[in-house]
Ligand binder design. Structure first.
Ligand SMILES: NC(=O)c1ccc[n+]([C@@H]2O[C@H](COP(=O)([O-])OP(=O)(O)OC[C@H]3O[C@@H](n4cnc5c(N)ncnc54)[C@H](OP(=O)(O)O)[C@@H]3O)[C@@H](O)[C@H]2O)c1
Length: 348
């Protein structure tokens, strides 16, 4: 069977990356692409790297245009998806790259986003530990999927094994994360001009204000964190087009041995294709995962500081968004999970 697909937000970064991956997917036909201010223009004008899709024209984003497809991807600014998802009741599978359907509690939505709260959907991070199993189990047959925030899934995947195994203390998590400007989307912003970001590293959303904090806490709660979860999260904008390098640390739980700590991550990811733990003493570079659907991580046990340190590299547009969305789509449809996805990065 060939599934018909519509991708909204197709002129943007996330929509463009969904299209790049789907263009190599043998089981889908990309029938419709939509945008907002750029509707009516050729897709190739906004995504000149998508040569095989040069025949497509951007339509206006509306429920009528998106209806009638087997699968609809929403890659819109947060707060915009809900109006379409409500109107797509007959669509067999809808996958939202935005934040609108990620959070399970309205209080967190109100505090970090604001605007209308929409029901939570199946979270599109298959490898995440949840309730003694994996999030993958909840994606089988799902018809509504919320793809993750790129920073959030990187940190959640980094620490969930330790939380699930009880070898780290989630009340005192510290994460510093370097991220490229594509994480902020394609629309013009003064702070993202080349002259503002080249040759400098810029911290932002410092001091507990970043919108991905409740998403990380929610994921770690799902992984088994019982008591208070404390996350000091500091993202830093760095001059690379794409990529995330997250350094996450948490105190070692009383009595946890080095063997138990490493075994927690090895058993969580030993059988996974797209989340890989490097041998002891090795740590990833963003270059190793650019273009790939891989989250690559290195683990250190710092007994002097009494903390576990996990360094994880992800391509924010692939494993952080579009790759996670397509991987989740494959699981939901019963297709081989890795269809159209690669573990190989583009380096140097
Ligand atoms: N970038 C990432 O690394 C990343 C990672 C994870 C999740 N996400 C999420 O993915 C979503 C899209 O992000 P992005 O980075 O792709 O942003 P982007 O590059 O700014 O693209 C936004 C897209 O949405 C369209 N759009 C803007 N306003 C709209 C409206 N009112 N109604 C319908 N369409 C509208 C734009 O169309 P025009 O160009 O025609 O105006 C464009 O196609 C966001 O919710 C973001 O949080 C992004």
């Amino acid at each position: 069977m060939t599934y018909s697909v519509a991708v909204s937000g197709a002129s943007g970064y996330a929509g463009g990356e969904i299209l790049r991956i789907l263009a190599a997917h043998p089981d889908v036909e990309i029938r419709t692409v939509t945008a907002h201010s750029n509707a009516g223009q050729p897709l190739i004008q906004h995504q000149p790297h998508l040569r095989s899709l040069a025949h497509l024209t951007l339509s206006e984003t509306s429920p009528e245009v998106l209806a009638g497809h087997d699968i609809v991807f929403l890659a819109l600014p947060h707060g915009q998806s809900g109006q379409y998802t409500d109107a797509l009741g007959d669509t067999p599978l809808v996958i939202d790259a935005g934040a609108d359907h990620r959070l399970t509690t309205q209080a967190e939505w109100d505090r970090f986003y604001g605007g209308d709260f929409h029901e939570p959907w199946a979270y599109g991070v298959p490898e995440l530990a949840v309730d003694g199993g994996k999030q993958r189990d909840r994606l089988v047959g799902a018809n509504r999927i919320a793809a993750p925030g790129c920073n959030a899934s990187t940190v959640s995947l980094s620490l969930a094994p330790g939380v699930a195994a009880g070898v780290i203390d989630p009340s005192d998590i510290v994460t510093m994360l370097a991220v490229g400007p594509s994480g902020a989307g394609k629309s013009l912003k003064t702070n993202l001009l080349a002259s503002e970001i080249l040759g400098t590293a810029n911290p932002y959303a410092v001091g507990g204000t970043h919108r991905h904090i409740p998403e990380i806490a929610q994921a770690l709660r799902g992984a088994g964190a019982g008591g208070r979860i404390g996350i000091s999260f500091t993202p830093v904008l760095v001059p690379m087009a794409r990529g995330i390098l997250a350094t996450s640390t948490a105190p070692i739980a009383p009595g946890a041995t080095d063997e138990q700590i490493r075994a927690a991550w090895e058993s969580a990811y030993g059988d996974e294709t797209f989340v890989q733990l490097l041998p002891a003493g090795q740590f990833p570079r963003t270059a190793d995962v650019i273009g790939a659907n891989t989250a690559l991580m290195g683990l250190a046990i710092d007994r002097d500081a009494n903390r576990v340190t996990v360094v994880t590299a992800v391509d924010n547009l692939v494993k952080g968004t579009a790759g996670a969305a397509v991987q989740s789509m494959n699981i939901a449809l019963g297709l081989p999970e890795g269809t159209a996805l690669t573990v190989n990065g583009v380096a140097p």
